[in-house]
Ligand binder design. Structure first.
Ligand code: HEC
Length: 504
């Protein structure tokens, strides 16, 4: 709370100074970025190296086409922002429109943009005066605004549009990323999916309209995004460039995670409701093609790296079921002493699957299954230190969630809630190479907690590891070579599953 107030005060003071001294612009924004930098490194314990700056995240086109019209809009029950804020004395000052003209010229918009970027904290709507001052106090806004409670809640669509801009949304979100990829983050307690550009480590697109999004995957040509939708028991199909839902396909039951065949023709969705199944959606007809009974509630599901098998995990049945994708029949199964959580795979030199690395309930580590022999051959436990987390978060039954083999096949990365860290093991020898601590979370009136890591994904070149911090509403970016935290990217509520889209 204290931090938030400080941040707001700072934006206000800088804004006030900047309005007197136009030359302070640059300084004001640089100041904000530094502050974000400092608080992030303070949160990341001993890993205080360079945190990438996010000062260049504001997109002018998004501002002109989506944010500015809100200031001119007659919103029911409210005077227009423009009515009061075209007064030259306002800190939040809007250019005067010429008589009879309904929108700002390019040059005026540029001036509005300059003024307004001083009233916002990059990536952080709730530390941004522009969003806090006109927001109702009950919804987290300031106590009093002479212009009234312009936004009743943080769910007001106009408020959300401005917040998206502050968090770095770009109009041309489909533009190429320098990294050749985007990281998709499903906010499991929200109704949004955030798209992070690894070249700026900021959110460049927000997909809306999916309450309780679970798993996310892509068509091989990257034109479509598939998201399992827990609240509507559907598979939602999204046009990637526009970020809009084009179809909701009803599933046979409540879905959890999903995967896609290498040829992109079938999306496989794990069905959690009993009797438990894998739903197969045909991507050309966009219809449910069949429901394969597994007789176990299915949580996470994967296609093996060689594309030949699907592996479906069950928490309740403590098992991993392997399906032959040619026959779409169950081939074999492994049983465990605890519920099966996320999984990852390494490969033999010929590309066939060598091991399944399986996270289990109540295990602060992972199990190793020999794929050819169909049996568990080892169990790896994390060291006791770092440790000490998980009690306040009530996560002892899921001590470790989130596991991934880097695309180059050289390392296995595994998250631990108990350690509030991610561990790196080299492959194929499974030697522990080290770890990276994750940020602490400071809930008001509570002892600090860990960030409860949930999922892991990578840039295609294996240089950056992304971890979703479900308790911190953020995603950590870690340099894979140095194992240092390089950025903490704010995202939506309880981010969990992530996936990397590789641009064609
Ligand atoms: C009825 C007049 C009025 C309207 C309409 C109005 N405001 Fe304000 N606003 C003010 C005044 C006056 C202040 C000065 C501080 C205060 O008294 O709250 C202010 C302050 C602010 C500030 C703090 C920076 C500053 O200029 O002091 C922000 C940000 C802000 N308003 C945003 C908005 C937004 C966004 C809208 C439209 C959605 C809006 N206001 C609509 C009158 C208005």
């Amino acid at each position: 709370m204290l931090n938030l107030q400080k941040a707001r005060l700072r934006v206000l003071v800088i804004a006030a100074m900047a309005s007197l001294h136009p030359a302070m612009n640059v300084l004001a924004n640089a100041g904000n970025a530094n502050e974000a930098q400092q608080s992030q490194s303070a949160n990341s314990g001993q890993f205080q190296e360079t945190i990438s700056s996010s000062k260049d995240i504001f997109d002018f086109d998004f501002f002109k086409s989506k944010v500015e019209p809100i200031f001119l809009k007659q919103r029911p029950g409210h005077a227009r922002c423009y009515a009061c804020h075209s007064d030259p004395n306002r800190v939040f000052h809007l250019e005067r429109l010429s008589d009879g003209v309904k929108e700002w010229t390019e040059e005026q918009s540029r001036r509005n943009f300059l003024t307004i970027t001083r009233l916002v904290a990059p990536g952080d709507p709730l530390s941004s005066l522009l969003l806090i001052h006109p927001l109702a106090p009950e919804a987290g806004g300031d106590a009093f605004h002479s212009g009234g409670r312009q936004f009743e809640t943080q769910n007001d669509p106009d408020w959300l549009t401005i917040a998206d801009w502050v968090r770095g949304a770009h109009t041309a979100s489909h533009r190429k990323s320098k990294s050749g990829s985007f990281i998709y983050v499903t906010n499991s307690a929200g109704a949004t999916v955030d798209v992070v550009d690894p070249s700026s480590n900021s959110v460049v697109q927000v997909i809306r309209g999916i309450e309780l999004p679970h798993g996310v995957n892509f068509s091989p040509d990257s034109s479509r995004v598939y998201i399992s939708d827990e609240s509507e028991s559907a598979l939602d199909v999204i046009d990637r460039e526009r970020g809009e839902i084009i179809k909701k396909i009803a599933l046979s039951g409540h879905p959890n995670n999903l995967t896609i065949t290498k040829d992109g023709r079938r999306v496989l969705v794990g069905i959690r409701t009993l009797p438990g199944a894998v739903d197969v959606v045909d991507t050309s007809s966009l219809a449910l093609a069949k429901t394969i009974p597994i007789n176990r509630s299915i949580h996470n599901i994967y296609v093996t790296p060689d594309g030949k098998y699907a592996v479906a995990g069950s928490i309740e049945s403590k098992s991993a079921t392997v399906m032959d994708l040619q026959t779409e029949q169950v081939a074999w199964e492994v049983k465990f002493d605890n519920g099966v959580r996320p999984m990852a795979f390494d490969t033999n030199p010929d590309g066939s699957t060598k091991h399944i690395f399986v996270q289990l309930s109540n295990l602060n580590g992972f199990a190793v299954v020999d794929f050819a022999k169909h049996v568990e051959v080892a169990r790896v436990k994390f060291p006791d230190q770092p440790g000490g987390y998980g009690d306040a978060e009530v996560r002892f039954n899921t001590p470790s969630h989130g596991i991934g083999v880097a695309p180059n096949g050289k390392s296995l990365w595994v998250g631990s809630t108990i350690a509030n860290a991610v561990f790196e093991y080299s492959l194929p020898d499974l030697k522990l190479d080290g770890y990276c601590l994750l940020p602490n979370v400071y809930p008001p009136n509570h002892a600090p907690t860990g960030s409860v890591p949930e999922w892991i994904t990578f840039t295609p070149d294996s240089s950056v590891v992304y971890i979703s911090n479900s308790a911190a509403a953020s995603v950590s970016a870690i340099d894979a070579r140095t194992r240092k935290l390089t950025a903490v990217i704010p995202v939506g509520e309880v981010p969990k599953r992530m996936n990397t889209l590789i641009l064609p």
